[in-house]
Design a protein around this ligand. Sequence first.
Ligand code: ADE
Ligand code: ZN
Length: 329
Amino acid sequence: MDTPPCAELHLHVEGTLEPEMVLALGERIGIPLPYADAEDLRARLAFTDLQSFLDLYYANTAVLRTAQDFAELMAAYLRRAAVAHVRHAEVMFDPQAHLARGIPIEEVVEGLAAGMALGAELGVSSLLVAAFLRDRPAGEAMEVLEALLRAGAPIAGVGLDSAEVGHPAAPFADVFLRARAEGLRLTAHAGEEGPASNVTEVLDVLGVERVDHGIRAADDPDLVARLREEQVPLTVCPLSNVRLRAVGSIAAHPLPQLLAADVLVTVNSDDPAYFGGYVDDNYAALRAETALGRDDLARLATNSFTGSWLPAARAAELAAEVEAWRLAV
Ligand code: ADE
Ligand code: ZN
């Protein structure tokens, strides 16, 4: 299906590890994996909730060790993103998932940056976002932030991800304050499995500029009004939400309702290797299974540039490409 040029604002690079790459990297470094083949791994991508996914997602990071591994992962994602008409990607990675396995932070960021340079040659610009794990202590996140700063890691911002329920964002306030003082941009997952109040928490306590997922905001009319007034971008991931059973189906997804309420909703893929589709597949699913039409997809894509951390002039240039797409039938 024809999908618009867009920015991808919610993408975990570790979530682009396709089963074939897990097997190939595992073989290259000679570690035993509990999968007979790629199809066997693919058959296990049936999740009951966020945690059941995270268990597999973290386990598979065992195949990422060298800068070359990280470079290949990033480059493969950006190649696929170019096919999906992604013109700009703001890519999260989980430093703690790699530090915990003894991989030096320099190895991770050097590799990711090399992959990003290859993506730029394909016409996909990208920024890197270090995401802290909310189910690990905030003190550890602060240490990781300091290590990233010491290493001169080329990060544009920080985020907060992993298990939401039972893991409040408030303890991370100082980490986000420190990141902001360093000129870093701020985002956080909230309202994916947790309630609308978690969205309010990351806005008020962490001071984030945008919210990853945020779909449960739809349960609270006052919060929806606030998101509209403040034009807070929500980086929504429809296929992810269905696969992790945060919503029952694409047809029942709150995205159209939030868009109709003039919230700055965007469409993204989250962990495309695990959830059955890249960002173009997410746009196509919305077009096929909701009442959203071509103009609505164009609006969502324009929102993705507005909600990006690109300079306003560049975001406007890319938004003009969306308008050209809208008019080309
Ligand atoms: N890490 C990777 N994908 C995630 C998601 N959908 N929610 C929280 N943490 C994540
Ligand atoms: Zn996510």
